[in-house]
Design a protein around this ligand. Structure first.
Ligand code: TLP
Length: 341
């Protein structure tokens, strides 16, 4: 059976052009800085994001963890939104690897209020840890792919500068945010000192993410990447696909957003399903199915029987994610299947 896979945009397979570029890639030992494809990808990424330097990493998680380690010292405190990926899905890495303490703030649709951030910054007091990092997530996964509005981003940046605290942006899906805001991605990245973004989600590359920042930051970060086993030698085979991802796939995300909206509109018409349409901004649709009187895992098992894959959990929230391999017809098939359930 050919499944319609809406579990995540992480499931995207590489395109034919990516496979060809992988086959023909020029490679070398990247730990020596000698992989031409990695060097080209990193230069491209730094230019597109408007930063001095970039570094290829194995995954988004590895990139986020390296950034937290690079910005902080063990015993510091960092500010994060309470449902962000770093806190929810990175296995407690910031505690184990960076040795930092998390100060979690509630977000509105995933977005922290800049004044809440400011009041959470620790005073210079012998009893208190030092606040040394603010982490933002853009788009915000668990809030439904929501984008940080530019004015809030600017205000957050002002607060951070005033207190001399760097901002790290988990921009796993920053190209979706830029597509939504109709802005070049560097107009978002300029409000962060470091950004991690994924090549392997909506951009379809098989493996890899990128960290960007200043030259100093990236050279310090390279040491943490090595420590975490991320010195991947002939990684140019992966970079080759990443180059196609940046050149070809970053400009087509509107299609995924249109499909997500179509899906959300259809789902919201089905009795028992509730969606906050304001959160449907990019390629993620999160809905509440408590009115269907079944758990999310029961719902996803029923969809599975009909050839549709989503991630179900124990709560009543389910997530659908659109991507390159999901076409408009797949959305129609999905809506028919949900309706029949
Ligand atoms: N998110 C995955 C799962 O880990 C939940 C998904 O299916 O959405 N930041 C954000 C905002 C992410 O959504 C993800 C992946 C990551 C970081 C981590 O990227 P990877 O999977 O490459 O480690």
């Amino acid at each position: 059976m050919k499944y319609i896979d809406l579990r995540s945009d992480t499931v995207t397979l590489p395109t034919k052009e990516m496979r060809d570029s992988i086959y023909h890639a020029q490679v070398g030992d990247d730990v020596y800085g000698e992989d031409p494809s990695i060097n080209r990808l990193e230069k491209m990424a730094a230019d597109i994001l408007g930063k001095e330097a970039a570094m290829f990493v194995a995954s988004g998680t590895q990139g986020n963890q390296i950034c937290v380690m690079t910005h902080t010292q063990p015993g510091d405190e960092i500010i994060l939104e309470e449902k962000c990926h770093i806190i929810t899905y990175e296995v407690g890495g910031i505690a184990r690897l960076a040795g930092v303490q998390a100060r979690l703030l509630p977000g509105k649709k995933g977005v922290m209020d800049p004044s809440d951030i400011e009041t959470s910054i620790r005073e210079d007091d012998i009893h208190q840890p030092k606040t040394t990092l603010i982490c933002l997530e853009n788009t915000h996964n668990r809030a439904g792919g929501t984008v940080i509005p530019l004015d809030i981003l600017k205000d957050t940046h002002e607060v951070a500068k005033k207190h001399n605290i760097p901002i790290h942006m988990d921009g796993a899906r920053i190209f979706n945010a830029a597509t939504y805001l109709k802005l070049p991605v560097k107009e978002i990245a300029r409000y962060a000192d470091s950004v991690m973004f994924c090549l392997s989600k909506g951009l379809c590359a098989p493996v890899g993410s990128i960290v960007v920042g200043s030259k100093d930051f990236i050279s310090k970060a390279r040491k943490f990447r090595k420590m975490l086993g991320g010195g991947m030698r002939q990684a140019g085979f992966l970079a080759a696909a990443g180059i196609v991802a940046l050149e070809k796939m970053s400009t087509r995300l509107n299609e995924d957003h249109d499909n997500a909206r179509l899906l959300a509109q259809g789902l919201s018409r089905i009795p028992g399903i509730v969606i906050d349409m304001d959160t449907v901004q990019t390629n993620i649709v999160i809905c509440d199915i408590s009115g269907l009187k079944m758990t999310a895992s029961e719902f996803s098992a029923k969809l599975h029987e009909k050839g549709i894959l989503i991630n179900g959990g124990y709560t009543s929230a389910v997530r659908f994610v659109t991507h390159y391999w999901i076409k408009k017809e797949d959305i129609e098939t999905t809506l028919e299947a949900v309706e029949s359930i």
